[in-house]
Each structure stands twice: as structure tokens, then as C-alpha cells.
Ligand binder design. Structure first.
Ligand code: ADP
Length: 452
């Protein structure tokens, strides 16, 4: 359709151009003939006879027939005696009528009704009411002269064919890209997998298409990751709630039983009463530390944006935590820290990292020595020379409520949240934590940003 319109337009333009050029050549011929006539008239004015004037003045074309028409319309001179003009009144001929009227006239006509030969006549008024007329016969040479230059048509035709091929090729490429883009859109709409390897042409449209697909694939991946993260969060929250319920049940039930016994048996011996009161005290403390840990972990879940950080003297903080922990044990706590160690961090979370790790080593390792080491670049380790833990537990010990030995942990007042808190607090200080058995258990982690 587009090609048909283009070709029609080109054909119209070519024919218009062809006729314009022909018209232009005819006009030039008319001007030259008129000039020739005027030169003849001027020569007559100068006293030359028409014969002398014809031999003197160069005609614009060979074979021009010159005639002089008298005021009465008769032909007094004709340089072609072989085929004389008919004897009728030449004043009735269109070129002569015009010349008499406005001084100049032209016409394309035959010189007699029964003659086939066509002439291009040009006439001008001469002194003495005569008319000088010259006629160029429409023979082959004049036709050739008037014919528009056809090479132009060939060039135009060739260029149009070439352009059509080029346009066809471009359209074919563009429509290929659009088809592929369309099938990509259909896949995206139906939720079918898109690998981002769609083949598009190496032009601007292809580049745009590739860009669109890339953006889509990237957004799609981000969306899926966000969904997975949300699912993970939901799962963790559910686990946390389930575990909290479970962890609350035992101490609450124990407290209720003890309280019932105390209320129902007011006459219990003092020794038994103290025993029940002691159990209530232990359960209440367990509840309290459970609530503290749960609140710490839920606050941390809020993320790094919500925690306030200041310049912390980490050496002083570790020394203070270690001496606190040492109050409840005979195990030796050794520190190996640089002189100056300042960090931009949150005091409460940093304390909970070192307190939990040292307390755990005291509670579970059975070690005789615990070492806390650090470097000025912010790399730390907390290790003990105890029994370590079976390898299969290592990948899980940072999970919430994961305990290696449940009974022992509970007996120690553990909540199963200590190492989860440690790992989250390390992450909130741009760090990572790992654990391995190495003549006891060793936790390695880094913290930042270091200020000194
Ligand atoms: P809990 O509240 O039980 O202390 P944690 O998350 O702090 O919970 O610790 C998880 C488990 O890892 C503990 O129950 C304990 O069995 C084990 N654990 C932690 N630190 C050590 C250690 N230094 N030596 C041996 N076992 C450890």
C-alpha cells in the first residue's frame, strides 16, 4: 500500500517534470524565433532586402521558412518556392492576427488544410503594416530538440527502485523486531519465563527492544527477590511467634503450679515453701530474659536505619563486659586487643555480641580459658579451649531458638536466641560471623566502621 502510494507520487512527479522541461524548451524556441524575426525586421529597417537579411542573419534552426505578409494578407516573400503557401488570406492565420494585434504572435499549425506538415510559426509586425513570419517545420530534428531529457527519467526511476528495495529491507527488519517484542510482551503478560536472550536486530530499534527486555528481566528478578524476602520474613516471624509461645508455656505453667500449691497449702513447711518460691523466681527470670531477647531481636529486625550509632571505645567496652562475666566464673578470660580501638556503633548491641559469646563459652564449653582477640582493622575472634560442638550443629547455631543441648541450655537459663542476636548485631555493624571447631569453639567476625 505504502509502496503503491510512493510509486504513484514518483510517477506523477516525473511526468510533471517531463512536461515542464518540454514546455521550457518550447518557450526558449519561441523566444529565439521571435528574436530572429526582430533581427530580420531591423535589417529591413536598415535598408536591406529580405533576401539579403536572410543570408546575413543566422537562423536559430536549419530549414526555417521565412515569409513576409502584406497588409492585405497576401504573401509577398517566401524563401521556400518549392511548396508555396496557398493563396488564401494570411491575415486570418492565428500568429498573424496576434502580431497585428499586439506586435507578436505564435502558433503551431499546418499551412494548408490539405497539408500534413506542421509548423511552429512565429510572427512580428514590421514597418508598413507588414508581418515578418518564420516557421520551423515539426520534423524529426525539431521533435528531438523539444523532447525532454530522458536520462533524468531513467535516473529517477533507478533511484526509486533502489529506494523501494531499501525501504522494503528496512520495513522487514523493523517488523521482525516488533514481532519479537510483541511475543516478548505476550510471554511477560502470561507470566512465561523470559531468559533475556531474545535476539533483536543491531539497529536503534533493536537496541531499544533489548533495553526494554533487560529492564523487565531486572525488575522481574527484583520483584521475585522481594517476594522471597517477604516470604522469609513472614516465615521467620511465624517461627518466632510459635517459639515464643512454646518457650513461655513452661515457665508460666511452672509458676502457676507453684503458686497454686502455695495458696492451697498455707501450712507447708518453710523449707518446701522456699523451694517453690525459688522455682517461681527462676521461671520469672527466664521469662524476663526471654522477653529481653525477643524484644532485642524484634528491634534489630527493624534494620540498620533504626539503630543509633556513636563513637564507641571498643577496647573499654570489651574490658568492661569481660570483667562482668568473670564475676560468675573461675574460667580465665584473656584479652588480646590493640591500644586504641574506636568504632562507630551501638553500645547496647556491641555489648550483647561480646557478652553472649563469652557467657556461652562459660556456660557450654567446659573450657579453662576464653580468649577475646581483636585487630585495629576491626577483625575479632572469641575462642575457648573447650569441647566444641558436633560438626552437624555448626551450620544451625545462629538460627533462632536453635540449641545443641536443650536441657543444658534451659538449665543455664538460655533462650536459644543468644547467637541469633549476636549474628544480627554483627550484620548491623557491617560484619559477617563464622564459627568452627578449633581445639574448642572459635567465632570470627568483623565490625565497622572503625574510626581510629
Ligand atoms: P542459648 O540461649 O541456648 O545459649 P545460643 O543461641 O546462645 O542459645 O547458643 C546456641 C547453642 O550453641 C547453645 O545452646 C549451645 O549448645 C551452643 N554453644 C554456644 N556457644 C558454645 C560454646 N562456646 N561451646 C559449646 N557450645 C556452644
Amino acid at each position: 500500500m505504502v509502496f503503491a502510494i510512493s510509486w504513484t507520487l514518483v510517477a506523477m512527479f516525473m511526468s510533471f517534470q517531463y512536461h515542464r522541461e518540454k514546455e521550457f524548451k518550447e518557450r526558449i524556441l519561441a523566444i529565439e524565433m521571435k528574436n530572429y524575426n526582430l533581427q530580420l525586421v531591423e535589417a529591413l529597417d536598415d535598408g536591406l532586402t529580405i533576401k539579403e537579411a536572410i543570408t546575413e542573419i543566422q537562423p536559430p534552426l536549419a530549414g526555417i521558412r521565412v515569409s513576409v505578409i502584406e497588409p492585405d494578407g497576401s504573401v509577398s516573400f517566401d524563401n521556400n518556392d518549392a511548396t508555396p503557401f496557398p493563396k488564401d488570406n494570411h491575415n486570418n492565420r492565428p500568429e498573424v492576427i496576434q502580431a497585428r494585434h499586439i506586435g507578436y504572435g505564435k502558433s503551431e499549425s499546418r499551412y494548408s488544410a490539405n497539408d500534413d506538415e506542421y509548423y511552429f510559426f512565429s510572427a512580428v509586425l514590421a514597418p508598413g503594416e507588414k508581418v515578418v513570419r518564420s516557421g520551423a517545420p515539426y520534423d524529426n530534428s525539431l521533435n528531438e530538440l523539444l523532447r525532454a531529457d530522458r536520462s533524468f527519467l531513467w535516473v529517477m526511476g533507478g533511484v526509486t527502485i533502489l529506494m523501494s528495495f531499501l525501504a522494503y529491507f528496512m520495513t522487514w527488519r523493523i517488523s521482525g523486531t516488533i514481532k519479537r517484542l510483541n511475543s516478548f510482551a505476550a510471554k511477560a503478560e502470561n507470566g512465561e519465563p523470559i531468559d533475556g536472550e531474545e535476539k533483536f536486530s543491531n539497529d536503534e530499534l533493536g537496541a531499544i527492544a533489548r533495553h526494554i527486555v533487560r529492564i523487565y528481566v531486572q525488575r522481574d528478578r527484583q520483584h521475585k527477590e522481594a517476594m522471597m524476602a517477604r516470604d522469609d520474613r513472614d516465615r521467620l516471624e511465624k517461627e518466632l511467634t510459635d517459639n515464643i509461645n512454646h518457650e513461655l508455656k513452661t515457665p508460666v505453667a511452672s509458676m502457676l503450679i507453684c503458686l497454686d500449691l502455695l495458696r492451697d497449702h498455707p501450712d507447708l513447711p518453710a523449707e518446701r515453701r522456699n523451694e517453690f518460691l525459688q522455682r517461681i523466681d527462676t521461671s520469672a527470670r527466664r521469662l524476663s530474659s526471654l522477653l529481653q531477647d525477643v524484644s532485642a531481636i524484634t528491634r534489630m529486625d527493624g534494620g540498620a536505619a533504626t539503630i543509633a550509632k556513636t563513637d564507641i571505645d571498643l577496647r573499654e567496652l570489651i574490658e568492661s563486659v569481660a570483667s562482668d562475666c568473670a564475676l560468675h566464673t573461675d574460667i580465665k578470660i584473656r584479652l588480646d586487643l590493640p591500644e586504641r580501638l574506636h568504632i562507630e556503633g551501638n553500645r547496647q548491641y556491641l555489648e550483647s555480641i561480646f557478652r553472649n559469646l563469652i557467657d556461652n563459652a562459660i556456660a557450654y564449653s567446659g573450657a579453662s580459658e576464653i580468649t577475646v582477640a581483636g585487630t585495629a582493622a576491626g577483625y575479632f575472634s572469641v575462642s575457648d579451649n573447650g569441647a566444641g560442638i558436633p560438626e552437624e550443629h555448626l551450620p544451625h547455631i545462629f538460627e533462632r531458638f536453635y540449641r545443641v543441648d536443650k536441657g543444658r541450655s534451659r538449665a543455664q537459663g538460655g533462650t536459644g536466641l543468644g547467637l541469633a542476636i549476636v549474628s544480627t548485631a554483627v550484620k548491623l555493624h557491617q560484619g559477617e560471623i563464622t564459627v568452627e571447631n578449633d581445639n574448642g569453639l572459635i567465632f570470627r567476625f568483623n565490625l565497622g566502621p572503625i574510626l581510629s
